[in-house]
Structure formats: C-alpha cells, structure tokens
Design a protein. Structure first.
Length: 94
C-alpha cells in the first residue's frame, strides 16, 4: 500500500531539482482541491487517472444514522467514490 508520503518521495526522486517541501505542498494542494470539489457536491476528474465523486443513497427506516433529506424527510447517507480511468484499468489488467 502506498501513502501520500510514498507519493511525495517518488515525486522527489523524479524531479530532484524541485525542493521537497514544494513537492509536498503541491500534493497537498491537489488533494485539497479534490476534497473541496467533493464538499461542494461536484465531481473531480484527473484525465488519464480517474474521477472522484459523491453518491447519495436512501437508507432503510431501520437505520440509526441521523442524516435526513430536508425536502423529503428520507434518511440519506453520502459516500465518496473513485472510478478508475480506462487507461489505468488497461495497465492494471496487463
């Protein structure tokens, strides 16, 4: 499993002329921008990599989760998803 720090370390090795702190800040900015779009309810796409989005689904009446759709009163839960791009999927399946 790779972590954000693993990604930063790999990028530092690929671009040694860029200061490590700048690489780390850039990775943080990218993830922060994706997170901001998801919070706004938007989809975020990185061409050639995949897309991130939010799904809402209704819960059964038995669910103990407190979230409710204010318009209908139905219980809802939101979850994030990632959909891999066709290019990455092709590389995975080689």
């Amino acid at each position: 499993m790779s972590t954000k720090q693993d990604l930063v370390n790999k990028l530092i090795k690929k671009v040694p002329d860029v200061p490590a702190q700048d690489v780390s800040d850039t990775v943080d900015l990218v993830w922060g921008a994706i997170a901001e779009e998801l919070v706004r309810g938007n989809r975020a796409e990185i061409r050639g990599f995949g897309s991130f989005g939010i799904r809402s689904r209704k819960l059964s009446a038995k669910s103990s989760l407190p979230n409710r759709d204010s318009a209908s009163g139905d219980k809802v839960v939101k979850s994030a998803y990632y959909r891999v791009s066709q290019g990455v999927l092709t590389k995975i399946n080689k």
